[in-house]
Design a protein around this ligand. Structure first.
Ligand code: NAP
Length: 250
């Protein structure tokens, strides 16, 4: 069953990890997917791979922290696809230091990429989303948007927590305008973002803190996003969906 036939989806940070899996998952459901990222070569390769699998996909260069880059991407989507029904704000970076060691510049960069980008996305895509009449925005937060985690990464936690509430605020604003907004909160997912932790004590800590005892797979996040994008979630807005192997229940 293809739940997204005829819909156009924009997925940020789609050259890698969770974003790439989301792009493939939405395309498998029949959506025309626009993959964006700062990394051009892997982004183009991912779009080509989706096309090779029978999907409709193209790649655009995009820095989600830059309002002018958003303007350019959205103008291209309006010109070429002519509509936008699904917006997945997935691009993100991590910070690792504890608060005493974190720099203001590092804080500002993480907030810009992980938090301000979601504000820019919804503000600048609003005309296209409202024109859709049946739009779904999915903002990728984290278990670290609702818990203190390991006590490090202050900017990441602050940004992901802000994404959680910004999603609810926009959901209420657009509740009767045909735009649903939800946040997805992955647990520890096996992507390049975890490369630094792989094989270290930290990896054992992550699986140890996860009741299911393993890392998640990017496809497990993509499945949640496909549900929220589809009409199966037609009465779901302002919600936060945890895909975390039980982390938040513990
Ligand atoms: P990833 O593999 O590092 O993929 C993120 C992609 O976003 C990369 O291609 C990255 O490029 C790109 N990106 C970084 N800054 C960007 C910018 N300014 N504009 C556009 N693209 C940019 O990470 P992931 O694990 O798939 O994470 C995807 C999302 O899930 C993030 O929001 C992350 O916070 C969230 N998340 C991940 C986990 C996890 O355990 N993996 C858990 C909870 C939440 P570069 O490689 O050049 O940086």
């Amino acid at each position: 069953m293809q739940r997204l036939t005829g819909r156009v989806a924009l997925i940020t940070g789609a050259a890698s990890g969770i974003g790439a899996a989301i792009a493939r998952g939405l395309a498998d459901e029949g959506a025309h997917v626009v993959l964006t990222d700062v990394d051009d070569d892997p982004g183009e390769e991912m779009a080509a791979s989706v096309r090779a699998g029978g999907g409709k996909a193209r790649f655009l260069h995009h820095d989600v922290a830059d309002p002018a880059s958003w303007d350019g991407v959205l103008a291209q989507v309006r010109a070429q696809e002519g509509r936008l029904d699904i917006l997945v704000n997935n691009a993100g970076i991590g910070d690792t230091l504890p608060i005493e060691d974190a720099s203001l510049a590092g804080w500002d960069r993480t907030i810009a990429v992980d938090q301000t980008s979601v504000f820019l996305a919804m503000k600048l895509a609003a005309p296209l989303l409202l024109e859709s009449g049946n739009a779904s925005v999915i903002n990728i937060s984290s278990i670290f948007g609702a818990s203190g985690g390991f006590g490090a990464s202050p900017a990441y936690h602050a940004a992901k927590g802000a994404v959680r509430l910004l999603s609810k605020n926009a959901a209420i604003h657009w509740a009767q305008s045909g735009v649903r907004v939800n946040s997805v909160h992955p647990g520890f997912i096996d992507t390049p973002m975890l490369d630094q932790a792989r094989g270290t004590e930290m990896e054992g800590l992550m699986t140890g803190m996860t009741p299911m005892g393993r890392l998640g797979r990017p496809e497990e996040i993509a499945a949640a996003v496909a549900y929220l994008a589809s009409d199966d979630a037609s009465f779901v807005t302002g919600s936060e969906l945890y895909v975390d192997g039980g982390f938040m229940a513990a």
